[in-house]
Every structure is written in C-alpha cells, then in structure tokens.
Design a protein around this ligand. Structure first.
Ligand code: GLY
Length: 417
C-alpha cells in the first residue's frame, strides 16, 4: 500500500514499514554483491599501495588510494555496515582485513582527516566487533588529531596551508567545515578514557565553527582562515564550493551531520539549533531539485556568485548533482528527526526517506558490475580543482549504507544508532 500525502508543499510517498524494510534489504543485498566484485579488483600504484577504493578511472575500473588518503576509512566502514546488516561473516572478515590496513594512520598528524579515516574504519569495527586493542588505536588517533588544536583560536587546524582561488595569498591556518566530522572520534576518546580534554577540544571547535563559519542564513563558508598570532578569524572563502559566498552542498551536509552529532554528545541546544538551521537550509532551498539530491553547490552559476579567478568553476557551464552530499544529509536527517518532535521530526524523516529512495533508484544506483563496482553514481568531488566530476565516490556509498542501516533500525522502533 502506498499513501501519498503532502508535507511542506512536497508530495511524499509513505510506504508501509514492511515495504520500507524490503527496500533497505534489497539495497543492502545489492551492495553486498557489488562490493564482492570490488573486493576482487587488484591493488594499484607503486608497490600496490593503492588499496582503498576511492572513485572511478577513465577505463571504468575503480581508482584506489593509499591508506593516507582522507577517504581511506570509508571502504572498511561500508563493509562493516553491510556485513552487520546481513550478518555475513565472509564480508565481516573483509571488513576486518581492510580495517587493519588502517592501523598506521593512528599516528598521522599532517591534516585533520584522521577522524574520517579512523572512526569510519576502527570506530565501526569497535562498535560491531569490539576488541580491547581497538580502543587504544582510537585513543591514539584522537591524540594525533589533538596535536592540531590551536588553543588561541579554539579550533583544530584542518590543512597546513591553502592558496586562495583569488591568487593573492597562501593562508597558513585554514579550517574547513568538513572538520566537524572529525569530532566524533574525540567524544569517543573522552568516554573511554574519562579524560575530558578530548571532548573539550571538540566542543571548543564546534562552538568556534558555529560562530565563525556558519552564516546567518545557516549556510556556511567552506573555509575560514584564522590568524596564527591572534587566533582571530580573518575571512571566509571556499576551496570546493562555487564561490566564497555560495553554499557548497557537501559542506552543508558535513555541517548538518556534525552539529547533529555534537548535540547527541553534549545535549547543548545551540548545536541542535544549528543542525536544524542547516538542515532547513538544505531542505527548503529553492534550488533543491524535487528528488532532494542537491546540486554540487546551491548557488552554482547564479547571479551574485563569482568564483575566484583561479577556480575551474569559472569554466564549468553544466550543473552537476552530488549524491555524496545527499547521502550524508540523509544519514544526518534520520538522527536529527529523533531529537525534535511533531512536524519538524516528520520533515527531517521524510526528507531522508526521499533522498534514500532517489539514491536507491536506477537514476543513482549503478547496475551490478558497472560503475567501477561502486554503489552510487553521480557524485562531485571538487569542480574548482577540476577533479572528480560526476563520478562515484566511496563516501557517497558509505553514507548511503549508514543511512540505510539507521533507517532500518528506526523501522524496528530502535534509535538510529
Ligand atoms: N573532505 C573533503 C571533501 O568533502 O571533499
């Protein structure tokens, strides 16, 4: 039975819980088959160090990166979600093999991405098949991340430097909205060690990001540059968005997810308000397509938005979707829907369901054995860098699977995580 109803001016289809459970199962079963094929593809690069599926090469085979690529933790994390859902011990063995490849990253301090890398791999391993050594690896990873905390500014430094698309300067203290995703590792480390300093860093980072990076309309700057001497924010710009003042959709997704998670971990209503504001920005935006998979930037090619002179976004006239932004948003909206009540809760849940059904349709989901054995098509990595345009990306798959896993739990009347 399908019941159509109108929600915030959008027609949504409400399926029975059984039909929704079957939808999740069909997608997870497909994901298992597709990733079985992925597991058969060989390593790449010098000395076979390219082991972690990342995106697609021009010849249709997957491109793979080393464990030092920011996306390296997503493939093991995806294997954990699929194997846990299907209770598939062979896939679980593979999840473990790929997780263990990540161990050297525990001491990585060259950028902020260790949260993505280690919490998606070892964090999920620890959640689904806990072992005492995982805790030590994760706590050491949290210590590594904290080496980048700059007390004067109150934030974790994301990158060591960034050359502005305007070509005028190289900034030496950039913080990007993506960094919100790394904080979950710190909250975990405080819980298992009893040492509040990890969570104090996370809270400080989230508070300063809320003040300096989130705009009044609840969109956000991709980057904020800070002054190393004074710790004060200098200005907001973009790296992967269309223009400095535009809303890069994956940045929006990182914010929705990150502030929702910060609310879960702290109970601080300011984080909930920010998560809701950012979610409403996404769902209510006039440029959001009716299938709820966002364009790569909400403001691409719009009047009033001008890329920096060095940005490849100046040359791209076609518009592209970003399935990765939508998948991450769906996963975050599911959790967010459980922290609010009534119409708000329904709005976030229906938004997530709409995204999941779009991504699970033939418009976005690949055929078996195609798409380099990734699950989803049509993501956008970095148009300004002229990189990864309309391709599969491992993190689109990861957040799609995470959202399906969360949704299934909610259909069973459980908390999403
Ligand atoms: N964290 C990099 C990106 O979102 O592309």
């Amino acid at each position: 039975m399908i019941v159509a109803f109108c929600l915030s001016g959008v027609m949504a289809s409400a399926q029975t819980p059984d039909a929704e459970k079957a939808f999740v199962k069909e997608n997870m079963t497909f994901a298992a088959e597709q990733y079985q094929l992925m597991l058969k593809t060989p390593p790449q690069g010098k000395e076979g160090k390219g082991v972690m599926p990342h995106s697609l090469r021009k010849d249709g085979t997957p491109s793979k990166g080393s464990i030092y690529l920011w996306t390296a933790g997503f493939f093991p994390g995806s294997l954990w979600y699929i194997s846990e859902y299907l209770d598939d011990s062979a896939l679980q063995d593979s999840a473990l093999v790929y997780t263990q490849k990540m161990e050297p990253i525990k001491s990585f301090t060259d950028n902020h991405d260790i949260g993505f890398m280690m919490y998606c791999s070892y964090g999920n391993a620890n959640r689904f098949e806990p072992q005492p050594e995982y805790k030590d690896i994760l706590v050491e990873s949290a210590c590594s991340l904290c080496t980048r905390f700059r007390p004067k500014a109150g934030v974790i430094q994301s990158w060591n430097g960034f050359r502005s698309w305007h070509g005028d300067k190289v900034y030496d203290f950039p913080v990007i909205i993506d960094n919100m995703m790394n904080l979950e590792l710190l909250f975990y480390a405080s819980k298992v060690t009893g040492d509040d300093s990890f969570k104090d860093v996370a809270i400080s980072h989230a508070e300063h990001t809320m003040q300096n990076q989130v705009r009044d309309d609840y969109s956000c700057f991709h980057i904020v540059y800070y002054d190393k001497e004074t710790g004060k924010p200098i200005k907001g710009e973009t790296s992967q968005g269309y223009s400095d003042n535009s809303a890069w959709s994956r940045g929006q997704a990182w914010g929705i997810y990150g502030f929702t998670m910060c609310y879960r971990e702290t109970g601080d209503k300011r984080f909930l308000k920010t998560a809701q504001g950012m979610a409403d920005f996404y769902l209510d935006h006039p440029n959001l397509p009716s299938d709820k998979v966002a364009w790569w930037d909400f403001n691409a090619n719009q009047p009033g938005y001008v890329p920096g002179v060095r940005s490849n976004a100046n040359k791209v006239v076609l518009n592209y979707r970003d399935a990765s932004a939508a998948a991450c948003t769906a996963s975050a909206l599911l959790e967010l829907s459980t922290y609010v009540k009534g119409d708000k809760s329904r709005k976030y849940l229906e938004g997530a369901k709409a995204i999941l059904h779009t991504l699970g349709s033939g418009k976005y989901r690949a055929e078996l054995g195609k798409n380099g054995n990734f699950i989803l098509m049509h993501s956008t990595g970095a148009i300004p860098q002229n990189s990864e345009i309309d391709v599969p990306l491992t993190y689109a798959d990861y957040y799609f699977l995470e959202a399906l896993y969360r949704y299934d739990r909610m259909l069973d009347g459980k908390k999403p995580l």
